[in-house]
Ligand binder design. Structure first.
Ligand code: G6P
Length: 485
């Protein structure tokens, strides 16, 4: 087992990401801390809670006075297990770096939606500045291992490498990595790749993203690339590039699923829907998640299968996200309009309403209650790095009931054999899968869930971070990736 600092010893790992597990807000006389949503936060926090360390992240606060950092805080408040070092963004950086380069260039590009990209020089300039700021604060932490996360901070590894050539640097890219010819649309693609190549280990969720990344490196640099080993040799350096899909805390979801209060809440949710069968969607409100497409497929299903009208409901929970960005506001309006339209057309005035929609976030217990209340979970993203909701559903269904419909364009589809795959771009296809799921015999549900559960359990969140840290440590010891698992 890898233990990087435990008990009272200062831990030797520093995690760096744009978004951490908490946001801060100025309260009346104290700082209000709130938990954030998203796969990154839920995957990374367990390693710090278990072993301590420091998490350098932007906590949602804007500062225009030129200060680069805010408070250093023990987390969770009252019973600290690790530290957060808050990074400040200015209003201009928030616009140009976060809204601009991160969410209007890299995010749509990596999700293979180049028509949504807007390439502005001011975005790129701010991205460089903010990456320098993060690197500067990180270097002061002086830890044994630097673990950098996601597309917001791709330049940080190389910035650290310049200042500290012997440093051990791991990087995890949490979103899809697109094919090389698409990535090269980005006017600053070469610089992004150069930034990442400062790492000792670059990890992705799937082998497809690894392959795309290696192809992209080959387009920009005369590196020697060994795809079978996931290895790049560039000048005098070796860089490991590996697929390590994020896992979840399976035990926690099983525990919640067995909790009588959570089960009672699931019953209550089900009763309130008044439906014989419940379809569920839980996503951040994001255009990559395919929410309008899913609702349209539901309309198609009710059109073609009128016997289901008044008997089945799609419960769609859309978790508020990136509210300040125009496209996200427009998406919310579109979803609300389509929900109105389909309910207007297919509501029977009795029984189940076609679509029930809520725009809100759920805590973990409430999340599990929703998973338990559903017959079918729809994870039908147009493109998704991995998708933890799919794994959480599987872990929660200790009763062996429930069907997972999964998009082949979510990274999880490469792993989760046993799910029903459905193309989210094709309403007729998705509607057909909905029918199959609703009519699937219990024995088949059970055996599919059993194989899914084996996968989710064997690659849980602990497996994920231990292997990331073992791999990056192995580089110094001469171990090969094959020695890991
Ligand atoms: C995805 C990204 C994360 C990000 C999260 C929420 O999961 O991979 O890096 O934190 O979305 O998005 P936000 O913009 O609110 O941080």
């Amino acid at each position: 087992e890898v233990v990087y600092g435990h008990g009272r010893n200062p831990a030797q790992v520093v995690v760096v990401s744009n978004r951490g597990a908490y946001t801060f807000q100025e309260g009346h006389d104290q700082l209000i801390t709130r938990r954030t949503v998203g796969g990154l936060a839920s995957a990374v926090e367990p390693v710090l809670t278990a072993h301590g360390g420091t998490w350098i992240s932007w906590c949602g606060r804007i500062d225009n006075t030129g200060k680069d950092r805010g408070v250093k805080l023990g987390i969770p408040p009252g019973e600290p297990r690790y530290h957060i070092q808050e990074v400040f963004l200015s209003a201009e950086e928030h616009d140009n770096y976060y809204h601009g380069f991160c969410n209007a260039c890299l995010w749509p590009l990596c999700h293979q939606l180049p028509e949504r990209c807007s390439f502005k020089k001011a975005y790129w300039d701010a991205y460089r500045r903010v990456n320098q700021k993060f690197a500067h604060i990180t270097l002061e932490a002086k830890k044994e291992i630097y673990w950098i996360h996601d597309f917001h901070l791709a330049l940080v590894p190389q910035l650290l490498r310049h200042q500290s050539p012997g440093a051990t640097i791991a990087f995890f890219w949490h979103i899809p990595f697109p094919p090389a010819d698409l990535f090269q649309i980005l006017p600053w693609g070469r610089q992004i790749i150069y930034g990442l190549l400062g790492s000792d280990l670059i990890a992705f969720h799937t082998s497809r993203y690894v392959q795309n990344f290696l192809d992209t490196v080959a387009c920009y640099y005369p590196a020697r690339i060994y795809p079978e080993q996931g290895l790049i040799r560039l000048r005098n350096r070796r860089i490991l590039v590996q697929a390590l899909p994020v896992g979840i805390n399976c035990h926690r979801f099983e525990q919640l699923a067995a909790d009588p209060a959570v089960r009672a809440r699931a019953e209550e949710i089900r009763k309130s829907l008044g439906a014989e069968k419940v379809l569920l969607g839980i996503d951040r409100m994001d255009y990559t998640k395919g929410i309008p497409e899913r609702i349209r497929a539901m309309a198609y299903f009710l059109e073609k299968c009128p016997e289901y009208r008044g008997r089945v409901t799609l419960l769609q929970i859309a978790v508020p996200s990136r509210n300040g960005i125009g496209e996200y506001g427009a998406l919310k309006q579109e979803v609300e309009r389509i929900v109105g339209e389909i309910n207007g057309r297919y509501d029977q005035m009795y029984g189940a309403v076609p679509v029930r929609y809520r725009h809100q976030s759920l805590d973990q217990a409430e999340l599990v209650a929703h998973y338990l209340a559903a017959d079918v979970l729809l994870v039908t993203a147009l493109r998704d790095g991995l998708n933890l909701v799919a794994k959480e559903f599987v872990a929660s269904r200790i009763d062996g009931k429930g069907v997972l419909i999964l998009s082949p364009f979510a990274g999880a589809a490469q792993e989760l054999h046993g799910a029903l795959l459905a193309n989210p771009f094709e309403p007729a296809h998705l509607a057909a899968k909905i029918k199959i799921a609703l009519e699937m015999p219990f024995q088949e549900q059970k055996s599919r869930l059993e194989s899914l559960r084996r996968i989710v359990k064997s690659r849980d969140v602990r497996w994920w971070w231990q292997n990331n840290l073992k791999l990056v440590k192995s580089l110094g010891s001469g171990l090969t990736p094959a020695a890991i698992n």
